[in-house]
Structures are given as structure tokens and as C-alpha cells.
Design a protein around this ligand. Structure first.
Ligand SMILES: Cc1cc2nc3c(=O)[nH]c(=O)nc-3n(C[C@H](O)[C@H](O)[C@H](O)COP(=O)(O)OP(=O)(O)OC[C@H]3O[C@@H](n4cnc5c(N)ncnc54)[C@H](O)[C@@H]3O)c2cc1C
Length: 356
């Protein structure tokens, strides 16, 4: 794989770390899509001090990425140059307190919701349906069923790219739709979420309702990245995708979900390029059919495996993998639904623990 930024000594010489460090570490096993490339260096710090010390001593020129549960990410097939940080065990504690929950950034949203429910606290039920980590939830202002991080976040502790530790109040994050204004390069390590005493049966009923609604409407057991595109103002992305005839469209091993057409799924053998290329094809078709340019909600990081071409898509220039054509069907895109022998559901994703 490519190496980071021609940094002298990298990755041969790296700062000391108490946690785990792995060179050329595949990321696909962590990703909900089960696709994509490797991290040049994968670092799992032991705790916040370890993370802060490591980043302080890491040369500034080395690119740093942070990943959570990878439920909103496409890691391109050429992988991530530099250092990829994945918070694990030392960041997954959950403490129930009066007025809410303090959780490490690696704690899964669903686990936090379950702890709140067990303690008779209401306000965090919406987290039970979001398959990410708390750090990713802050970064994305994750939300569902009337709740989002913006409404419950009291404070978030971060470590900056230069290894400083700060505590930010919710109001400092200028939350917007699926967006938080975290300082560039900041890694969320711990948060406090507000919740208030509630009736346990009502909390349990709300969580059961969320689960049932999701299972009925989304391919929650598939290899997916959740909603692919943001809902344009006053519109639903899935309705535009449906109107453009993209439901069931395939490219290589990637497919637009038949169940919820704003979800892309890996039917088994998709590369990240298949998934991203299919998303770009959907954008092209929606633009042609409706005049609306969809914006990605899924974040795409890293480098394509092959030689990229730059193809104008809608109003922006996008780097897409070789093999995608600007007009007509990209290589390998099919109009039909599931390839023979593949299923949309029943794939083994489930909820991943980030504390590996
Ligand atoms: C089946 C399915 C259903 C979904 N439903 C919803 C839904 O209802 N509502 C919703 O909002 N989302 C939904 N999502 C998307 C996704 O779960 C959320 O965006 C989630 O918050 C991402 O968290 P993550 O830990 O997986 O982050 P990742 O996907 O790993 O990363 C996403 C972004 O967050 C950043 N990030 C991750 N951890 C940190 C950290 N500690 N500090 C700073 N930045 C960090 C990453 O750099 C990246 O930019 C769904 C996804 C799937 C697969």
C-alpha cells in the first residue's frame, strides 16, 4: 500500500504507545460494509493519556484518521495512509449518574441506551437503533426517531491532533443535521449525555418500537452503511432514488437495497469501489431524473486502489475509481435486483463491539 506523506522514518519510527499498534492492518473486518482497504498503521491506544502522548509525539505531517464502529464509512480499497486511530477497551466505560450517563467514545450507542433503560433514565432511547459508537455519534450528530446528539450532549472531551485534552460543551459544537463542528483533527474520547428519570415500562416499550420499526423498514442485518445520502431540504433521498428507478440497481457486488433504497449493500463480494461507484451512479441518475444533486451522508476516506479518474458529477468534481464512465452505465452496473444466490438480509454484521 502507499505510505504516508513521505515522512522521514515513518512508519519505522513511531512514538511510544501502551496500547496496540499494527502495520498494514485490514479495516474491512471492522467495517459494516465489510469492504475496503487497510490502515498503513492502526493504533489502539490504551486510554486518553496514551492517545494524547502518542499524538503529541507523532510528526505533524503524518495524516491521522479516527474510526469508530465504521457504520457510516467507506474506506476506499487503496486504504488509509498514515495513522488510523481506533478507540477500544480503554474508552468503552459507561457510568450512570444523576442527570445522565458518562460514556467512553468507543461505547456502542445501543449499549448506552440499554444502560440508561436499566437505570430508569429516559431520553436516550433513540440511540438503541443507531449501530455506531458514541464518538461517531457525536461527530455525525447521529439521530433517529425524534432524538439526536445535539439535544442530549452535555459535554464532550477531546484530544486534539497535537495531543491536547479539552472539554467542549454541546453548544460549542454548533450541531446541525448530521454535522458537528469538532475542531479539525479532534478525537472525542468521553461524553456526558443528559437523561431524566422515566417509567421503565415506557422506556422499554419505546426501544422495542424503534427496533421493530427499523427491522420492518431497513436492511439492518445487511452489510450496509445506513443512509447513503442526506435528505435534501423538504425532500426524502429515498423517494428521489426510487423516482429515478435505482431501487435494486447493482454494480459488482454492491446493490441499492430493495427494502430501503437510500441504503447501499454489499451482497457479498463488493469492493469499496463498487459501493462508491454505485452511489455515484445513483447521484447521476437522480440528478438526470429530478434535477436534485444528492449529497453523500456516508463519509468516504482513503485512496482508490487503481488509478483514479476525475469525473465531474453534478456540480462537484469527484474522484471515482477507474472503470466508471460519465455517461451511460458504469462498467458492471446492472438494472436488475439481487444477483443470483445472494440475499439482502441475514448477513452477519449484527452489532460490532469496538472493544476489540
Ligand atoms: C443499519 C444502519 C442504520 C443506521 N441508522 C442511522 C440512524 O438512524 N441515524 C443516524 O444518524 N445514523 C445512522 N446510521 C449511520 C451511523 O450508524 C451513524 O452515523 C453513527 O453515528 C456512526 O458512528 P460510528 O462509530 O460507526 O462512526 P464511523 O462510521 O466509524 O465514523 C463516522 C465519522 O465519525 C468520525 N468519528 C468516529 N469516531 C470518532 C471519534 N471518537 N472522535 C471524532 N470523530 C469520530 C469518523 O472520523 C468519521 O468521520 C446507520 C448505519 C447503519 C449501518
Amino acid at each position: 500500500m502507499m505510505t504516508a506523506a513521505r515522512v522521514p522514518g515513518f512508519p519505522g519510527t513511531l512514538p511510544e504507545l501502551r496500547g496496540r499498534l499494527q502495520i498494514d492492518a485490514p479495516l474491512a473486518p471492522f467495517a459494516w460494509f465489510r469492504a475496503g482497504g487497510a490502515a498503513e498503521v492502526l493504533v489502539r491506544p490504551a486510554d486518553s493519556d496514551d492517545l494524547a502522548d502518542f499524538l503529541r509525539d507523532l510528526p505533524n505531517e503524518v495524516p491521522v484518521h479516527v474510526i469508530g464502529a465504521c457504520s457510516n464509512l467507506i474506506v476506499r480499497d487503496g486504504g488509509l495512509p498514515g495513522v488510523t486511530i481506533r478507540l477500544a477497551r480503554g474508552f468503552s466505560t459507561i457510568e450512570v449518574e444523576a442527570g445522565g450517563i458518562t460514556a467512553g467514545a468507543a461505547a456502542l450507542d445501543v449499549t448506552v441506551a440499554e444502560h440508561a433503560a436499566a437505570a430508569g433514565l429516559t431520553g436516550l432511547e433513540f440511540l438503541s437503533g443507531i449501530p455506531g459508537s458514541i464518538g461517531g455519534a457525536v461527530a455525525m450528530n447521529a439521530g433517529a426517531y425524534g432524538g439526536d446528539l445535539a439535544t442530549v450532549l452535555d459535554w464532550a472531551e477531546i484530544v486534539t491532533r497535537t495531543g491536547e485534552r479539552n472539554r467542549l460543551l454541546g453548544a460549542q459544537l454548533a450541531f446541525a443535521y448530521r454535522h458537528a463542528a469538532l475542531p479539525a483533527g479532534a478525537i472525542v474520547t468521553r461524553v456526558h449525555l443528559r437523561a431524566i428519570p422515566g417509567a421503565a415500562p415506557l422506556i422499554a416499550a419505546r426501544m422495542a418500537e424503534i427496533k421493530a420499526t427499523r427491522e420492518a423498514s431497513q436492511p439492518v442485518r445487511a452489510r450496509t452503511g445506513g443512509s447513503t445520502f442526506r435528505n435534501p431540504d423538504g425532500m426524502k433521498a429515498w423517494e428521489l432514488i426510487d423516482a429515478a428507478g435505482c431501487r435494486g440497481l447493482t454494480r459488482g457486488g454492491a446493490m441499492v437495497s430493495e427494502k430501503h433504497c437510500n441504503f447501499l449493500i454489499n451482497t457479498g463480494s463488493a469492493t469499496a469501489a463498487d459501493i462508491e461507484g454505485l452511489g455515484e451512479e445513483v447521484r447521476r441518475r437522480v440528478l438526470a431524473a429530478t434535477g436534485v444533486t444528492l449529497e453523500w451522508e456516508i463519509r468516504r476516506i482513503g485512496r482508490p486502489a487503481g488509478k483514479p479518474e476525475v469525473v465531474p458529477t453534478g456540480t462537484r468534481e469527484m474522484v471515482v475509481p477507474t472503470g466508471t464512465r460519465e455517461t451511460g452505465l458504469p462498467t458492471g452496473t446492472r438494472e436488475t435486483g439481487l444477483p443470483t444466490g445472494t440475499r439482502e438480509t441475514g448477513l452477519p454484521t449484527g452489532l460490532q463491539e469496538t472493544g476489540a
